[in-house]
Design a protein. Structure first.
Length: 224
């Protein structure tokens, strides 16, 4: 079990996906799960901060992550919502929904079940601190706000969406603040996590660094 935590656009998703591929591990993108559930809340017309009505939805929701070739598919009650969970509306509401205890409890239960007995690279905000505190290796990825805003801008541009850099930086800062100041499982570096600043690193460099550390600490196959 390898845990990768960090704030939005710190490079953890791309790195986790590629490291999992290289090691032949399962990639568990826990942010995608919170996003899928947030999509359901929005579609149902619920107030994202209303724990009672949002809580009622948790028990009747099924979220699955499926690997299809090199991509990770996100299924919400059987529907492929891989693209929809990256939408602006979901990104705006996801921190509020994921701050609710009832949501976190259900997601963490599902994350532990999904990881099962497999070798996993799990990424999110509370993986090394709460979900898998006994992970074999923990990483905490960070990056400067400029680098993160530029990455998000490029990602959106790839999807044909033009955005203002300052506005993006503002939104990332706001999500950082919400994710790290909430009462339930806030974004925090585990005491035993290895911090990696990706501000001036390419994706290939991040993957090589993490994979190298995993192999050095856990052996060639990345297993303890
Ligand atoms: O990694 P991401 O940007 O896709 O995550 C979306 C949101 O989900 C993030 O802003 C906070 C929440 N999240 C969480 O609370 N705990 C996790 N383990 C993963 C994500």
């Amino acid at each position: 079990m390898i845990a990768i935590d960090g704030p939005a656009a710190s490079g953890k998703s791309t790195t986790a996906r590629r490291v999992a591929q290289e090691l032949g591990f399962l990639h568990l993108d826990t942010g995608a799960m919170y996003r899928a559930f947030t999509l359901k809340v929005l579609r149902a017309g619920k107030d994202p901060g209303d724990s009672e009505s949002v809580g009622a939805l948790v028990g009747v929701t099924q979220i699955e992550l499926h690997r299809a070739n090199d991509a990770l598919l996100v299924l919400l009650d059987g529907e492929d919502v891989t693209l929809a969970v990256r939408g602006e509306d979901v990104t705006r509401a996801v921190s509020t929904v994921s701050s609710l205890r009832c949501v976190r409890e259900a997601m963490v239960r599902e994350q532990r079940r999904a990881a099962g007995q497999s070798d996993v690279v799990a990424e999110g905000r509370d993986i090394g601190t709460v979900v898998f505190p006994d992970a074999d290796l923990k990483f905490f990825m960070i990056a400067g706000i400029d680098a993160r805003a530029r990455r998000r801008q490029a990602e959106l541009m790839n999807r044909g969406i033009r955005t203002d850099l300052d506005a993006l930086a503002g939104k990332i800062r706001e999500r950082d603040w919400l994710d790290s100041t909430r009462a339930e499982s806030p974004l925090r570096k585990a005491a035993d996590a290895i911090e990696i600043d990706t501000s001036s690193m390419t994706v290939d460099e991040q993957v090589a660094l993490v994979t190298g550390i995993v192999r050095e600490r856990l052996g060639r196959k990345g297993k303890p």
